[in-house]
Design a protein around this ligand. Structure first.
Ligand code: ARG
Length: 258
């Protein structure tokens, strides 16, 4: 009898583990308009997308806020079910997690101090790279663990050459990098386009160089081999792209943060 009860409880534990009624999302909520905290609440494009996914799956969304460079690992180790964090698809990350279909096109962009004469008349990506490489000892601020950091430092896996004679300084979020730049501890900041637009609108004394430096696609991370969840997420993404809900969410947070 005891043995039967023992096995029954083991089965119960396994069953409740599989059929969790919660959907845990790993994110770094310091990245408006994708995820940020406002009025004590999580808000942003990724938050709204995650809410739709959770409701379609009949689960309660639980948001786990962490530093960006922990997001992928947290999904890989199954501490979170999904990673939704303006996360750029990339081969190196694909080694440890699976990506959904893409839901947003992105690019790195350069933010400078207003009227920084060293960055005048830039028209192309090549112009920007040349201008950066020309200045010895240029200090570039980036967000730790992001494409911006890899792009600035150079990284083989990402196919980025990096810049000559520059120093890359990493911050936990873009706002901190902007503050450091305004305090003259940095020359420029490199960060994803939409957050760059929000930062330049909400801070005075800085300027956006509106030229795409990279070609990136955001996608949702799930743990490796979790095809059931992945397929459902892709189905939901397809539906909200088709019926216009995705665009509505993007418009809502884009105008709200201008
Ligand atoms: N797209 C960049 C990357 O994947 C930056 C994402 C930063 N996201 C955030 N929530 N802070 O590396």
């Amino acid at each position: 009898m005891k043995i039967v009860l023992f096995f029954l409880s083991i089965i119960g534990i396994i069953f409740s583990g599989c059929k969790s009624d919660k959907l845990t999302m790993a994110t770094a909520a310091n990245f408006a308009p994708f995820e940020y905290i406002s009025g004590g609440e999580f808000q942003g494009i990724d938050i709204d997308v995650a809410k739709i996914i959770a409701s379609e799956l009949g689960k309660e969304l639980v948001i786990s806020d962490m530093e960006f460079d922990s997001v992928v690992q947290s999904v890989a180790s199954k501490n979170a079910d999904i990673g939704l964090s303006g996360l750029t698809m990339n081969e190196a990350r694909k080694q440890v997690i699976d990506f959904s279909d893409t839901y947003f096109n992105a690019a790195q962009m350069l933010i400078i101090k207003e009227n920084d004469k060293r960055f005048e008349n830039l028209k192309t990506k090549e112009d920007v790279i040349k201008a950066i490489n020309k200045i010895k000892g240029l200090k570039i601020g980036v967000q730790a663990g992001t494409t911006g950091e890899f792009y600035s430092k150079g990284d083989k896996d990402w196919g980025f050459d990096g810049f000559k004679n520059t120093t890359t300084i990493s911050f936990t979020n873009g706002a901190m990098a902007i503050t450091a730049m305004l305090n003259n501890q940095l020359d420029v900041v490199i960060i994803d386009e939409m957050p760059a637009r929000v930062l330049t609108k909400t801070n005075s004394g800085i300027e956006l160089i509106d030229i795409a430096l990279t070609d990136e696609k955001y996608a949702i991370a799930v743990s490796k081999g979790n095809n059931e969840l992945l397929n459902k997420i892709n189905e939901i993404l397809r539906a909200i792209k088709q019926d216009g809900r995705m665009q509505e969410i993007i418009n809502k947070y884009y105008t709200q943060n201008q």
